[in-house]
Design a protein around this ligand. Structure first.
Ligand code: ADP
Length: 271
């Protein structure tokens, strides 16, 4: 099976950047159907990495392959746009980008731009609402009358409606309360089980412990480790050196889960 994503020796400099590069010789492979946690200190390069996977820029050097599309420093805008056909990117605080008069129109925007028929778009909108636990009748309402958590879910539905093979989520639960966080993560897990490759940027190590099968650790633009959560969480000195705060309860329940001793949900530290 072809890997979903192959990143080869990718470096990236923002044009205004004078110090070290945002990405420094990063190489990484992601198998189709993986659930990848991308972690690291603020400014370590996580967002830059996923934005290149979504074709939002060209690597300064190196190459990125997503499905059957390969891009490098010389790629055209058309080639970059081809990457985006495989990828859905839920930005941080995506609710800030809601714009349409109704929730239905907002979610339909992406699929309509893909050139889908009206029927197919309607079906995609209904499916997407269901996937984020919102009632179908919400389609006719204004997105701006919703709670913050509901707005977040509408924005995520707008990306899901395009049925991306690879779904990138940048801190999707930031600012949400424990109950909404739990349900949103459960829905993301459902998509993963259905075959979607998930790339989750998070500072919540409990989410990594519970859902990820691969953890990518970034530090100052470098990829310092790509390994299983078991391996990452086993080394307290490594965690500390990379500013990864793993609450003891998470570390312990993760070890119990590894040992086959955890029953019911692996983690219940919603507080
Ligand atoms: P993270 O997502 O891990 O917080 P980023 O990918 O946003 O990290 O940032 C990586 C580095 O690139 C940081 O040093 C950051 O200051 C820099 N950077 C990010 N965006 C820009 C930009 N638009 N222009 C210049 N530098 C940027």
């Amino acid at each position: 099976d072809m890997p979903a994503v192959v990143i080869k020796n990718v470096s990236f400099n923002y044009s205004s950047q004078t110090k070290r590069p945002a990405l420094d010789n990063v190489s990484l492979q992601i198998a189709p159907g993986s659930f990848v946690g991308i972690v690291g200190h603020t400014g370590s390069g996580k967002s830059t990495l996923v934005s290149l996977i979504d074709g939002l820029g060209r690597p300064t050097s190196g190459q990125i392959q997503v499905g059957d599309v390969v891009v490098d420093a010389q790629s055209s805008a058309t080639d970059l746009a081809k990457l985006r056909h495989h990828v859905g990117y839920v930005f941080q605080f995506p609710e800030q980008q809601l714009f349409a008069e109704t929730i239905g129109q907002d979610i339909a925007f992406g699929p309509t731009n893909l050139g889908w028929s009206a029927d197919r778009v309607q079906a995609a909108v209904s499916d997407a609402l269901r996937m984020v636990d919102l009632p179908a009748e919400f389609a006719k309402r204004s997105p701006f009358a919703l709670s913050g958590g509901q707005m977040r879910r509408v924005a995520i539905a707008g990306v899901l409606a395009m049925h991306p093979a690879i779904l990138i989520l940048d801190e999707p639960t930031a600012g949400l309360d424990a109950a909404v966080t739990h349900r949103l993560m459960a829905n993301i897990a459902k998509l993963h089980v259905a075959g979607t490759t998930i790339l989750l940027i998070t500072h919540q190590m409990d989410q990594v412990a519970q859902y990820a099968d691969q953890v990518v650790v970034m530090n100052q633009g470098r990829l310092v480790k790509s390994a299983s959560p078991r391996e990452i969480f086993a080394d307290p000195a490594f965690l500390m050196a990379n500013h990864l705060n793993v609450p003891p309860a998470v570390a312990i329940s993760h070890r119990l889960r590894d040992a086959g001793l955890a029953i019911a949900p692996a983690m219940s530290i919603d507080a």
